[in-house]
Design a protein around this ligand. Structure first.
Ligand code: 5GP
Ligand code: MN
Length: 320
């Protein structure tokens, strides 16, 4: 399916619920906000429902202030637009409102996407879900306002690691050229997202880097973020974003792993990154997670030492 199919689907309905994956980041928030604007420009009514709060660094985006945490009782939507989300279990508490009879429009770029919608547009060649919403603006011949352009730019910039990952293509740059023409100032957006670290979160990075290890062959590099470290530094979970890149940046590493103790005891959030020669989506999938070939994640139950052991075994097995 393509943007055209989604265009036809959107035309059929008037009341939309928009949601994305839990633990939202730049792409999920950016694509949702841009999508809401697109639907409103078409004269439709739309609300965004997300389980968690909007991360602090993304709150500057216009439209994020309207994101709801709970479903308004009177809002009987006809279709749900689900963005940047590989499967329905990742939707969070919005899922309870998305029953089978609701028309699901699934727009995503994850290779692990389960095509769970009535209308599915899954394109793993896209840098981000935001880039796909941009194409919908084009398909509807809608004018992109400054705020739409910012939201889409944030989605693209964050999912491409500032236009340096392997999902950065000439199309990515063509789209961002149009966003810049619509008024986006790259240095400003970069500053808002990447140069707004708190001292607490930066201290956490220091703690995490002390745990950096590499396997004997150098191919796996990993680090930890423990509850203890979070407590000591007073950093937020949001502050763990990006730490994994230090493991990936080790020259010899093919697989980078971050083990994070989440709030809940005996639950470890595991993130994977690769440089492209290992499919870490498969690795995450073997623990019930998913994502992309070069960036994926899962949650594993157990103590962090046990989880580390299990995951490292699987990872070295994959390297063969
Ligand atoms: P991160 O490591 O930044 O949390 O996530 C990297 C990528 O993996 C993202 O595309 C994210 O959607 C995906 N991902 C992370 N955790 C999970 C998970 O538990 N399940 C699935 N299916 N995907 C995940
Ligand atoms: Mn994405």
């Amino acid at each position: 399916m393509s943007a055209k199919t989604i265009k036809t689907a959107i035309r059929k309905f008037n009341k939309f619920l928009i949601t994305a994956h839990i633990n939202p980041e730049g792409d999920s928030i950016g694509s949702q906000v841009a999508m809401a604007s697109l639907l409103k420009k078409l004269g439709k009514s739309a609300i965004i429902l997300n389980e968690g709060p909007v991360p602090y660094i993304l709150q500057f985006m216009k439209g994020t202030e309207e994101i709801m945490k709970e479903m308004p009782a009177s809002f009987d939507f006809e279709a749900a637009v689900i963005l940047d989300c590989p499967d329905l279990s990742r939707v969070g508490n919005a899922a309870e409102h998305i029953t089978k009879e609701k028309n699901i429009i699934n727009i995503d770029h994850h290779v692990s996407n389960e095509n769970f919608g009535k209308y599915n547009w899954v394109d793993t060649e896209r840098s981000s879900a935001g880039e796909m919403v941009f194409e919908l603006f084009k398909a509807f011949k809608l004018k992109l306002d400054y705020d739409d352009a910012v939201a889409i730019y944030v989605a693209m910039m964050t999912d491409t690691g500032s236009f340096k990952y392997s999902n950065t293509t000439s199309r990515t740059h063509s789209v961002t050229a149009e966003l810049i023409d619509a008024g986006v100032r790259p240095y400003e957006i970069y500053g808002r997202i990447y140069e707004t670290n708190s001292i607490q979160n930066t201290s956490l990075l220091g703690e995490a880097l002390q745990t950096l290890k590499v396997s004997d062959d150098g191919k796996i590099a990993w680090l930890w973020v423990t509850r203890e470290m979070l407590k000591k530094t007073k950093a937020s979970l949001e502050g763990t974003e990006g730490i994994i890149n230090f493991a990936r940046s080790i020259e010899s590493s093919d697989i980078a792993i971050l083990f994070r103790e989440t709030g809940t005891e005996n639950r470890v959030k595991v993130s994977f990154r690769s440089k492209g020669n290992v499919d870490v989506n498969k690795l995450a999938a073997s623990f019930g997670g998913g994502g992309h070939a070069t960036a994926s994640g899962c949650t594993v139950f157990g103590k962090i030492e046990e989880v580390e052991k299990k995951v490292l075994e699987k990872a070295s097995g994959m390297l063969g």
